[in-house]
Design a binder for this molecule. Structure first.
Ligand SMILES: Cc1cc2nc3c(=O)[nH]c(=O)nc-3n(C[C@H](O)[C@H](O)[C@H](O)COP(=O)(O)O)c2cc1C
Length: 528
């Protein structure tokens, strides 16, 4: 067993990271680091001397509704061209809102929700067969709406080897999501490692909907050789690291033949800020979850497929939420993504039961993910229901395979929900607050420290789908952070063995949110 192999199975690393980064009533009141605004990281990665390819500013808008996008037939046979790549990238990670603050500063909000609007997730594209674009490895810059060329050539055979997935050789392109540690750690310190996966997950939720809308089959791979993939992208696996690979197939692409040699990439990049701080906890948790070679990846994947379902069996009164009323028409996905934003205040009004049902069903759409082949899902939704038609206020758990809510405890828990969500009013004012929990020890036992990445990522994906579903049916949503141990304690005994991954609150916004719009090429980066 190589050193790396041993490392992933020392699961006390993930366990102790998780324990050390729990929020408590006391921890959030400790004298804080305070935010050093003058040292705020720049929210875009800028290559100073790479060759740039402008993406077309005219591209389509995904016109299918969310359920059709999530279930549409794959492999349309229509090859990806530059315009459909622009559509995929814009609606997954493009700029949908620009806020101008006093003193002229601008803030750019994106198509997906991200903790603290810090956007540490970067998107790379390994392109082989996209008409209008030479084969290569590119970095997507949502600000200039351009691709920076990192390497020229068809690297799908390399990617196929690094992910242990033969099929990758025939993909049209693969997106690789990475995380830039300092950009989120600036505000969140050690807890930011969780955010790598939450925000990567919400971004991926958009990608998976877009791929469906464009008639592209996709999957998400969290098993890969870390060092090799970081080298392919030209990143150091220290300040920035790969977290997920998403190949997409039209069915019409050629097949890669051979691996290309990988030399070091030495492109200059704009510094993020004057000074960067490294958090030992983040580095340790990341490093302990690396997979060192192709055989470790394939072994990891085998273990994933034998993980088995992780269901929570609970006895209790069961409720089936109705489907949408006859004649309900849902807006096109493009409109939903532009409207999406995190609700800043909820009106404490009830939502219709079918809307909660729609959100839950959408969240639990089957995911094509390498770590879920056996389990189906690592994440169970526990709920505090405050105001949902057809349900008595109380705590519930969602039995996803049966599509039923099980009543755990009846009562008015608005104040509790607010408290659990780090005393944020949003948690208590929502119509329903969802606590996405995973049986962490079981996941770690099957997947090692890498399972920690996977469970946090899956929670992010389910949360991203919840946002899209909520905005499809005209209600609001927001992700929320939480007091870890108090959430567990509230749902006991049903939450035994569970750890909370993240929270999503759903409800009626207390204001009329303004929709976003398409902003491409709106940022002029500093030049160094
Ligand atoms: C996983 C996750 C957790 C979040 N936690 C909080 C939170 O605790 N409090 C809050 O006000 N907003 C929270 N947000 C919302 C972000 O602040 C918001 O996504 C970001 O500011 C970007 O704005 P937008 O979602 O409106 O585009 C969270 C978002 C995500 C994805």
């Amino acid at each position: 067993m190589s050193e790396g192999q041993a490392e992933n199975w020392k699961v006390e690393e993930a366990r102790s990271y998780h324990e050390a980064t729990k929020h408590t009533y006391v921890s959030v009141r400790m004298p804080g680091r305070g935010l050093d605004w003058a040292n705020r990281p720049y929210p875009f990665k800028v290559y100073l001397d790479a060759k740039k390819v402008a993406l077309p500013s005219e591209f389509g808008s995904p016109s299918s509704d969310l359920p059709s996008a999530l279930s549409s037939p794959r492999n349309s046979g229509r090859k990806v061209d530059l315009r459909s790549l622009a559509e995929l990238l814009f609606y997954s990670a493009g700029i949908t809102r620009v806020y101008r603050y006093p003193f002229g500063e601008r803030y750019y909000f994106r198509a997906y929700p991200s903790t603290g609007a810090l956007y540490q997730t970067e998107v790379y594209v390994v392109v082989a067969d996209v008409s209008g674009l030479g084969p290569g490895v590119y970095h997507f810059d949502p600000g200039e709406f351009a691709l920076s060329l990192i390497r020229e050539g068809d690297y799908r055979a390399n990617l196929s080897e690094l992910t242990g997935d033969e099929e990758v050789k025939g993909c049209d392109l693969a997106l690789v999501l990475t995380s830039i540690a300092w950009r989120n750690a600036w505000k969140y310190g050690p807890r930011s490692y969780r955010h790598w996966f939450w925000d990567g997950g919400t971004l991926f939720a958009n990608v998976l909907a877009l791929a469906g809308a464009l008639g592209l089959r996709h999957e998400v791979l969290m098993g890969f050789v870390d060092e090799g993939l970081n080298l392919l992208l030209g990143i150091d696996g220290w300040k920035e690291a790969a977290i997920a690979v998403v190949p997409v197939w039209s069915g019409g692409a050629s097949r890669a033949r051979e691996r290309l040699p990988l030399n070091e990439v030495s492109l200059r990049v704009l510094p993020l800020s004057r000074r960067e701080v490294e958090y030992e906890e983040v580095l340790r948790a990341y490093r302990a979850s690396r997979l060192s070679d192709a055989s470790e990846v394939s072994r990891w994947r085998e273990l994933a497929s034998s993980m088995g379902p992780l269901r929570v069996e609970v006895e209790g009164e069961r409720f089936k939420m109705p489907g949408p009323p006859a004649g309900t028409r849902l807006p096109p996905l493009g409109e939903v993504i532009l409207r999406r934003g995190s609700t800043r205040r909820f009106a404490r009004l009830p939502i219709e039961g079918w809307k909660l049902g729609f959100v839950l069903r959408t969240m639990y759409s089957p995911l094509r993910a390498d770590f879920l082949e056996g389990a189906g899902s690592t994440v169970t939704s526990f709920l505090i229901v405050n105001a949902v038609e057809g349900l008595r206020p109380g705590s519930y758990v969602y039995d996803a395979p049966r599509d039923e809510l099980v009543l755990l405890k009846e009562g008015n828990f608005r104040r509790v929900a607010e408290y659990l969500c780090l005393e944020q009013e949003l948690g208590g004012d929502a119509s329903a607050t969802l606590f996405l929990m995973a049986p962490l020890e079981k996941v770690l036992a099957s997947l090692g420290n890498r399972g920690y990445r996977a469970a946090q990522f899956e929670a992010g994906v389910r949360a991203g789908l919840a946002y899209l579903a909520a905005y499809s049916v005209g209600i609001g949503a927001t992700g929320l952070t939480f007091y870890d141990e108090d959430v567990k304690a509230f749902f006991e005994p049903f939450s035994a063995e569970m750890e909370n991954m993240l929270v999503v609150a759903l409800g009626v916004p207390a204001y009329r949110p303004k929709p976003g719009s398409v902003h491409v090429g709106v940022v002029r980066h500093p030049t160094g």
